[in-house]
Design a protein around this ligand. Structure first.
Ligand code: UDP
Ligand code: MG
Length: 340
């Protein structure tokens, strides 16, 4: 069923350096100075053991802890390392996107910088790719250092997204995956701003396969995902793959309208047929508050969608690159002389 990919056999003669590599590894970096040397040791060790041509693209997502200095130093000693520095912190998903757009390989692997995505899995990702799969995504078996809270919220999140959206996302799928060139190119056709890559990749289809792995605790530093950021990502995920929240407002409204009609009938019947006029101040307040808050919630929801429409229509670039060390650098001195 699968047509194995034909790979050019490792060549005896040295390939010219300008050739596009077989594999690009994309790594977003946000204040990871402490862990980068560890990551590089593990990753370069793995890459040197497999016989493919490769490049590693680091995307510095506005770090302020010296990560960039480490990356540019690495670039000087290893020309197969490329580094992009975004003009500020744009967030994990955008940094990944920037890296995917800079990658030139026939396959692109994305992984985190904190060694929670073990480089030792790279050969297995490549093996599945050669078997003919276009997307090899990894699934965390258990996260050594995830709190009970993170685990619970993640469960709830996947439950919601898989019911509300028209896509299926494997619970605990990680942003550690291999994408074939055609998938990377397809992804570039999706310029949407609020990106939830796991969702986009699932939406695209192609031949996908899952690879379970055990996530070790972070090698160094601390998580960059606060509760607030996680909530934002979850919101982006649900809103960009589902309009169910909008329809739910409609269903809820209809249900309430029906209930109110029945109650109104009852009230009118009391007034017309009996003399037990109800002095129901508290029930009126209760209903008022209930309806008022429902309206605000629904209005807020609609607002979320409108805000996203507004963001898309402005057509701003997804990110800005401040500096690039990838062979496409701007000539350093094209600024006007300072005497001007
Ligand atoms: N990251 C990034 N920009 C951000 C936040 C995180 O590039 O604004 C990077 C970070 O350096 C790491 C990866 O994204 O390589 C995943 O982040 P983290 O490990 O903090 O997330 P967690 O594993 O805790 O979900
Ligand atoms: Mg991590």
């Amino acid at each position: 069923m699968m047509t194995p990919r034909t790979m050019s056999a490792p060549e005896a003669t040295n390939p010219p350096p300008s050739r596009t590599p077989e594999v690009s590894v994309v790594i977003p970096v946000f204040n990871e100075a402490e862990g980068l040397p560890l990551l590089w040791t593990a990753l370069s060790e793995t890459l040197s053991r497999i016989s493919v041509t490769w490049e590693v693209i680091f995307v510095d997502d506005g770090s302020s802890d010296g990560s960039w200095e480490i990356l540019s130093g690495l670039r000087r000693t290893e020309p197969r390392v490329k580094a992009l520095r975004l003009s500020r912190n744009f967030g994990h998903q955008i940094a990944l996107t920037a890296g995917l757009e800079a990658a030139t390989g026939a396959a692109v692997i994305t992984m985190d910088a904190d060694l929670q995505h073990p480089p030792s899995l790279v050969p297995e990702l490549l093996r599945r790719w050669r078997e003919g799969y276009d997307v090899v995504y990894t699934v965390r078996q258990d996260t050594a250092d995830a709190s009970a809270f993170k685990r619970l919220t993640s469960k709830v999140f996947y439950w919601i997204i898989n019911r509300a959206g028209r896509i299926h996302i494997e619970p605990n799928a990680a942003d550690f995956r291999l994408l074939d060139r055609k998938v990377v190119d397809a992804l570039r056709l999706m310029p949407e701003r609020r990106r939830f890559l796991r969702g986009l990749v699932s939406w695209m289809g192609y031949r996908q396969t899952a690879l379970p792995y055990k996530a070790p605790p972070r090698a160094a530093g601390h998580t960059k995902y606060s509760i607030h950021r996680m909530a934002r990502l979850a919101m982006d995920a649900v809103l960009s793959f589902s309009t169910l929240p909008l329809r739910m407002a409609f269903y809820l409204g209809s249900l309430l309208a029906l209930a109110s009609m029945i109650y109104l009938g009852y009230v009118l019947a009391l007034v017309i047929f009996t003399d037990r006029a109800v002095p129901g101040w508290s029930s009126i307040i209760a209903v008022l508050l209930l309806f008022g808050s429902f309206q605000l919630v629904v209005l807020g929801l609609i607002g979320e969608y409108i805000a996203r429409i507004y963001e898309e229509t402005r057509q701003r670039p997804l990110y800005l690159v401040a500096e690039r060390l990838d062979g496409h650098e701007r000539p350093a001195d094209n600024r006007p002389p300072s005497s001007l």
